[in-house]
Design a protein around this ligand. Structure first.
Ligand code: 0X9
Ligand code: ZN
Length: 334
């Protein structure tokens, strides 16, 4: 079942929001909003302007706020409607980026993917309904940009006044609490309860609406150049469809490597990285039963880590697009 979201952006964005998105601060005025930046990491305000521009200028793209962050920023979702003979029939793809504040490359790649998906150069992506949330943690991102570069969590208040923030990738309700912390000051604080955070609630509710139609969920993170497949919550349990997850994952990695010779390894989350529950991928697999769910750790392999130069934005986006397109082609052929 395909979810129908109105295509005209103004149907979903209030007059007030629309004015705010158009009226930009002086710092953003040098950016014309027509394409994602590759010379620097964008401000949240620049991202909003780009998203609005993209959806106003395309008949296939629409923009919806799926909820508000703790500090009242919008969590934007772009829906790229399927087209062509298989329209709607190929299913839906979910791409989420920016859950971790300091992983700036993830949203940068998410924004570039939007442009590539819409351009759909070989007609693969257009068969799918694609939903992209390019900035899932806007408060954390802005805090990382302006106050604390290596901030990871969101910015909600906890019971400890001196420690804010919940790790949004430990807050999803599937085997909640394994490999996560109860301690508010920890980087991997799981929150007071599963889905205690407005950001994870918004993502969950939007994904639930697509439930039966979802073929793939891809969560963009950094760093490590790894395509992680579930489970993350346990080394002992094997996720359904593991063989196919690995097989399709290798298709991604081969195509990505062919672009700029960067190696992405296809590995099991708990077995090869570490045990951690409460992440998007496990919840989508375990609760929504989506066949293909991955976390993609982008560039680099650790030399610069989170502090990746913006010169990587373009090549990293290109290799991910090539990998994703090849993977989608395989899913389409199933
Ligand atoms: O620990 C995480 O949340 C992810 N790595 S990161 O360095 N970007 O923080 C990996 C999550 C993998 N998936 C699960 N553990 N389910
Ligand atoms: Zn991350």
């Amino acid at each position: 079942m395909t979810q129908h979201i109105p295509k005209v952006v103004s149907e979903r964005i209030s007059q007030q929001d629309s004015e705010r998105l158009t009226k930009r601060s002086a710092a953003t005025q040098s950016y014309d909003c027509s394409k994602p930046r590759d010379d620097k990491y964008m401000t949240f305000e620049e991202m909003e302007c780009f998203l609005k521009n993209l959806c106003e200028n395309s008949t296939r793209a629409s923009l919806t706020s799926i909820g508000k962050s703790t500090e009242n920023r919008d969590i934007w979702m772009v829906h790229l409607r399927s087209e062509g003979p298989k329209a709607g029939g190929a299913g839906a793809i979910w791409v989420e980026a920016g859950i971790h504040a300091r992983e700036w490359i993830s949203s940068a790649v998410g924004l570039h993917l939007l442009k590539d998906l819409l351009q759909d150069d070989d007609g693969t992506a257009g068969h799918f309904d694609v939903y992209v949330v390019p900035m899932a943690n806007p408060d954390g991102y802005e805090y990382s940009r302006t106050s604390d570069r290596f901030w990871r969590k969101n910015r909600s208040k906890t019971s400890k006044p001196e420690c804010s923030g919940v790790d949004l990738n430990r807050n999803w309700g599937f085997h909640y609490g394994v490999g996560a912390s109860d301690f508010e000051c920890s980087e991997v604080f799981k929150g007071a309860a599963a889905f205690s955070e407005p950001e994870t609630k918004a993502l969950r509710d939007a994904m639930k609406k697509l439930k039966d139609n979802l073929k793939m969920v891809l969560s963009l993170h950094s760093y490590g150049q790894q395509l992680l497949y579930p489970w993350g919550y346990s080394k002992k349990e094997t996720a359904p469809d593991t063989e196919e997850l690995i097989e399709k994952g290798r298709v991604f990695a081969d195509a990505a490597r062919a672009r700029h010779d960067k190696v992405y390894t296809v590995v099991n989350s708990a077995g090869d990285l570490y045990t951690a529950s409460g992440a998007t991928d496990d919840w989508a697999k375990g609760v929504l039963e989506v066949k293909y769910t991955y976390t993609l750790e982008l560039r680099d392999e650790g030399f610069h880590g989170f502090d990746l130069d913006p010169s990587h934005i373009l090549p990293c986006s290109e290799e991910v697009w090539d990998g994703l397109r090849a993977l989608l082609k395989e899913i389409l052929a199933e």
